[in-house]
Design a protein around this ligand. Structure first.
Ligand code: SF4
Length: 377
């Protein structure tokens, strides 16, 4: 294969990985052959960037039952040599098509050897081509500490896709991956390295779950997520609704509704941005989040003793519990109420709050705004 053909095969192979923070389809996707694999992505500081997402190789010795790249599946295989991929990215970067790079890989010869080939690419990108921009490296299953340390030195962010919330669930997705020793361990090693070396303190980690393929519950995913945030200080957890791939063992498994993925992201926000703990979240009898209502509204409806919240006096923490108010609108409320009183529902709408969702749960200067809405005021 020539470089363009490899780019096509190995760009396609990387497209389902979300742990790099890419937003999928978006306005800054470039419409040429290279640009098909360049994605809008969010840098840790919140800046939107264009990222080339690519595999070093799509050969793989693992057998993940949901994966198009799994070892038994008949499909074109390709491998970038480190200098080939580094040169390609340098050309893309110099052409101003992308300013960030995400490298993942199928596993060939074990996790450490695979990661070492990715590191060879990263070394060239950094030191031969002088790239100083954003680099995200996937840590391979079972990679050894020295390779993980080098990855942290070269990359801004590293990730391991746990895919499932426990070893029992992972066993339903792969016979060749070990949860604790191969997937959790690299994250734990990276955390220790970051904690013990001030030069690595700004490096961050993420992971991804494939949702619904192992018949796990939302409670199990969210419990693991909360633990990862608490114990490993992961920057983000990503959720990917399972979609069956032809000619894989899970091709007949039902796809996961995107709304389930959405509810997990909403719950994740409650953990990271709204001060909720795992114990406060409400799951149904089967251990799943409500599909009908968002998790914050479910909590509010189940805690009538907490409401109504007086917008002009409530603390930040209380305001963040109100459906329809988010961190940005709460910050604006706290700023504006130093100089003015909130008396009408329109004032909340003007600062970007979802006033209709908030109305049943608040007081505005002692009054129930739900009545304003009912009367069309
Ligand atoms: S390790 Fe599993 S998920 Fe990753 S490329 Fe190989 S088969 Fe796919």
């Amino acid at each position: 294969m020539d470089v363009q053909q490899k780019l096509d095969v190995l760009g396609a192979g990387a497209q389902t990985d979300l742990a790099c923070g890419s937003c999928g389809e978006g306005q800054v996707r470039v419409r040429d052959e290279v640009g098909r694999w360049i994605y809008p992505a969010v840098r840790p500081d919140g800046k939107l960037i264009r990222m080339l997402k690519i595999l070093q190789t799509n050969a793989c010795e693992k057998d993940c039952y949901y994966c198009a790249t799994r070892r038994q599946r008949d499909q074109p295989r390709a491998t970038f040599q480190p200098d080939e991929l580094a040169r390609l990215f340098d050309q893309i970067h110099r052409a101003r098509l992308a300013e960030a790079l995400f490298i993942s890989s199928g596993v060939v010869g074990g996790g450490t050897r695979t990661l070492e080939r990715m590191l060879a690419t990263a070394e060239l990108v950094r030191h031969k081509y002088g790239f100083r921009g954003y680099l995200h490296l996937k840590l391979m299953p079972g990679a050894e500490p020295a390779a993980i340390e080098r990855a942290l030195q070269l990359a801004d962010r590293v990730s391991v896709n746990l895919e499932a919330p426990s070893s029992e669930h992972l066993a339903k997705l792969s016979s060749t991956k070990r949860y604790t020793e191969e997937l959790l361990a690299p994250l734990q090693i990276a955390k220790r390295l970051i904690d013990n070396n001030p030069a690595l303190r700004h490096k961050t980690m993420t992971t991804q779950f494939v949702v619904g393929a192992a018949d796990e519950t939302d409670r199990e995913i969210v419990a693991r997520t909360a633990q990862l945030y608490r114990e490993l200080q992961l920057a983000r957890v990503y959720y990917s609704a399972f979609q069956p791939v032809e000619n894989t063992p899970l091709e007949d498994h039902a796809p996961t509704p995107l709304l389930r993925e959405h509810r997990l992201y909403q719950t994740d926000f409650l953990l990271r941005k709204y001060g909720f703990s795992f114990d406060e979240l409400i799951f149904d009898a089967r251990g799943n989040l409500s599909i009908e209502a968002d998790p914050k509204t479910v909590w509010a409806v189940n805690h009538p003793e907490f409401f109504p919240v007086e917008v002009n006096r409530a603390s930040r923490e209380q305001l963040l519990r109100v459906p329809g108010l988010g961190p940005v609108s709460v910050r604006r409320i706290l700023q504006l109420r130093r100089t003015q009183k909130f008396r009408t529902i329109e004032q909340l709408a003007r600062i970007g709050a979802d006033e209709k969702r908030a109305a049943p749960f608040i007081l505005l200067d002692g009054r129930v705004p739900a009545r304003q809405l009912a009367l069309g005021l």
